[in-house]
Design a binder for this molecule. Structure first.
Ligand code: NAP
Length: 534
């Protein structure tokens, strides 16, 4: 089945980026259709319903900026909104801007092929439908393809198995049950305190300890709302110029320029402010190991203060990466949860996981009986959502094969050999190292202006030159190599997926620098891109 039309734009995914792409396409006078695998809009915020799921960027920043009235109308109730509130916001946006009629839910895209003679993409869905469009825009998310851990016996577990990234709705009762959690990234760290409240016992299986800073979440008062509304234009302006897409200002000195007392006071202030920005207390924290060490030792002291059992505290302290080089986590009571007698930590570095059995988890040290297994085991990040789709370019090239050695993009927007295909928050863009909502708005606006420019010039196909993409990809890697990020075995470089090629994927220079480069290229006549007419 097909709707028989060749749309101007086909958007895959109806999360933050996809919904904005639909809205902006319509505003640009383009005919758009959006295909979404989930049975509702929201993307990440539709699927990640695990207990404790919330945003770790302040909601007033992690929200659309394209419509001032929307921005002023939506009253974020907490500093860091919960998943249900963010989902309600996205549903509101879909209704408010009339986006739903352009979105087909429950429609998973399995394949996409470019027809060179028609200069159009045809995508095939899991149900066998076909849809065509001149331009294909993947808004499939950077963290949306769940990683199923390769643990012997995992499929033979006879109890209930849940993935944080596909948490069931309604929430399954865990009362009276023995729950095990594998994974201590953001999803595990956010969910542990709530799982501990509900379960009869909770065993956390930790392979790599992670840094986490108290979120210090709080309700936003009417006075907060009024202040935020008054500050919004300036707040957004600063966010767009910043690295991380929020109006953060680091301490005005590098760590080495401070006296020990001053350094301690700055770190204490950063810790008390709460949240991920502790990772950016000093301006050189991601580039200077000594500066990072100050913050790392400070965080370690905090963990020792929060956790009563000294061995558990030591096990919870990361040993293998500088602070923040794996995405720093924020929590509400994570370390304190281990002070409860029914919560146990298993350090898999000392006591490795051997297999999952039908009734629990076996480590070298013994058997842990479980009724419920929770996998907070992350994602095939940045590329997984794209390479799981059979994407074929005009000369038969398959994206998964083209990226066999790692993703190559120009500006994180396009891939040579795949004309009229765009990625939002993809590899080579600031994406996960920035505020994904503002980066999505910036990229979608840029893409649509490019599409209209191509139309104005009568060009039917747009794609980057090989050399431009190779140069950009090398630049993304060099930018990362100038920081401490590559010192961690992180999902930023694909290290969490066995066999995945190592390439640092997000662009560390940040939103402000990235936007400036995109604008420079646009104003220079789209240097590095090929615009052709068939
Ligand atoms: P993650 O950071 O990749 O963490 C996955 C965890 O599972 C790691 O602790 C990993 O250990 C462990 N793991 C994976 N395979 C394993 C195996 N076979 N055996 C034992 N342990 C295994 O994934 P995530 O927590 O879902 O977070 C991913 C990203 O999503 C975050 O970094 C963040 O950017 C985003 N996120 C954001 C929020 C928020 O805004 N609040 C919430 C959740 C997620 P190793 O480290 O040893 O591989």
């Amino acid at each position: 089945m097909t709707d028989g039309r060749v749309h101007d734009v086909l958007v895959v995914g109806a999360g933050f980026a996809g919904l904005y792409a639909v809205h902006a396409s319509r505003a640009a006078g383009l005919d758009v259709v959006c295909l979404e695998a989930g049975d509702g809009v929201g993307g990440t915020w539709y699927f990640n319903r695990y207990p404790g799921a919330r945003c770790d960027v302040e909601s007033v920043d992690y929200s659309y900026s394209f419509d001032e009235q929307l921005q002023n109308d939506w009253p974020w109730s907490e500093r860091y909104a919960t998943q249900p509130e963010i989902l309600a916001y996205l549903e509101h946006v879909a209704d408010r801007f009339g986006l739903r009629e352009h979105v087909r839910l429950g429609t998973r895209v399995d394949a996409a092929e470019f027809d060179e003679s028609a200069s159009a993409w045809t995508v095939r869905t899991a149900a066998g439908e076909e849809h065509s469009a001149r331009h294909l825009l993947f808004a499939t998310g950077s963290l949306s393809a769940p990683n199923k851990p390769r643990i012997p016996g995992i499929d033979e577990f006879a109890g209930e198995t849940y993935y944080t990234a596909r948490w069931p709705d309604p929430h399954p009762s865990l009362a009276g049950k023995r729950v095990g959690v594998i994974g201590t990234g953001s999803s595990g760290i956010q969910s542990v305190p709530l799982l501990a409240e509900e379960a009869a016992s909770l065993t956390v299986f930790q392979r790599t300890a992670n840094y986490s800073v108290p979120a210090l979440n709080r309700r936003l008062t009417d006075a907060d709302q009024a202040r935020i509304r008054a500050e919004y234009p300036e707040r957004r302006r600063r966010a767009r110029l910043s690295g991380g897409g929020s109006p953060h200002v680091p301490y005005p000195k590098r760590a080495a320029e401070c006296t020990p007392e001053e350094r301690e006071a700055a770190l204490e202030e950063g810790w008390r402010a709460g949240g991920v920005l502790f990772g950016k207390t000093f301006p050189d924290q991601y580039t200077d190991l000594e500066s990072n060490d100050h913050a790392r030792r400070f965080a370690e002291r905090k963990i020792r203060e929060l956790v009563e059992d000294p061995q558990t505290a030591e096990d919870l302290i990361p040993t293998d990466h500088p602070l923040g080089t794996k995405r720093i986590c924020t929590d509400s009571g994570y370390f304190e949860a281990f002070n409860h007698p029914h919560v146990a930590l298993v350090n898999l570095r000392r006591d490795p996981l051997v297999r999952i059995t039908p009734d629990g988890a076996e480590t070298r040290g013994g058997h842990h009986p479980l009724d419920v297994l929770v996998c907070a085991t992350g994602f095939d990040a940045m590329t997984g959502a794209l390479t799981r789709i059979d994407i074929r370019g005009p000369r038969g090239a398959r994206l998964a094969e083209t990226w066999a050695e790692g993703p190559v993009t120009y500006l994180g927007l396009q891939v040579p050999g795949f004309p009229n295909l765009f990625t939002v928050n993809g590899p080579g863009a600031p994406s996960v190292l920035s505020n994904m909502v503002l980066t999505a708005e910036q990229q979608v606006d840029w893409i649509l202006r490019f599409v209209r420019e191509a139309d104005a010039r009568g060009a039917t196909q747009v794609e980057p030159r090989d050399d431009a993409a190779e140069k950009w990809t090398a630049h993304v890697q060099e930018a990362a190599d100038a920081t401490l990020f590559p010192r961690a075995e992180s999902w930023y470089l694909g290290a969490n997926i066995p066999g995945k090629p190592r390439r640092f994927m997000p662009y560390v220079a940040g939103l402000g620098a990235y936007t400036a480069r995109c604008e420079e290229i646009r104003d220079g006549g789209y240097e590095g891109f090929l615009l052709t007419t068939r």
